[in-house]
Design a protein around this ligand. Structure first.
Ligand SMILES: [Zn+2]
Length: 130
């Protein structure tokens, strides 16, 4: 699947973001290895700490549908600028796609794809616990 298609899907789901506090809408399109795409938007809460990012919404939807292997995730924000995933989302993505990549979008600069490992060097893995 082309990055452009994933970005288009992320823009579409961004419209469903629930962001009455920050007004910063984010959309994410997560491409699974089986070709399915899971979409997510940010869901804010009056108790700010309960806010869920678009990336984690997409991952949670996929895992709850029995899908755990992903190739890449496209992320767009209503600012039109690159919106790199926050630290928590980087770690959550690393759990399921350590070899995956992150595609960002900017209205002026276009798309930017980077390996997740570059965004989260030495990320923590479950096997490190053993
Ligand atoms: Zn996040």
């Amino acid at each position: 699947m082309e990055n452009k298609e994933l970005i288009a899907m992320a823009k579409e789901v961004m419209q469903r973001a629930y962001a009455p506090y920050s007004h910063f809408r984010v959309g994410a399109a997560l491409l699974a290895k089986d070709g399915r795409v899971f979409l997510g938007c940010n869901v804010e809460n009056a108790s700010f700490g309960a806010t869920i990012c678009a990336e984690r919404t997409a991952v949670t939807k996929a895992v709850s549908e029995g899908v755990r292997e992903f190739e890449k995730i496209a992320i767009v924000a209503s600012s039109g600028e690159y919106a790199a995933p926050c630290g928590i989302c980087r770690q959550v993505l690393y759990e399921f796609m350590p070899e995956g990549s992150v595609v960002l979008w900017s209205k002026d600069e276009g798309e930017l794809e980077r390996p997740l490992r570059e965004l989260l060097p030495m990320g923590f893995r479950g096997e490190d616990i053993k």
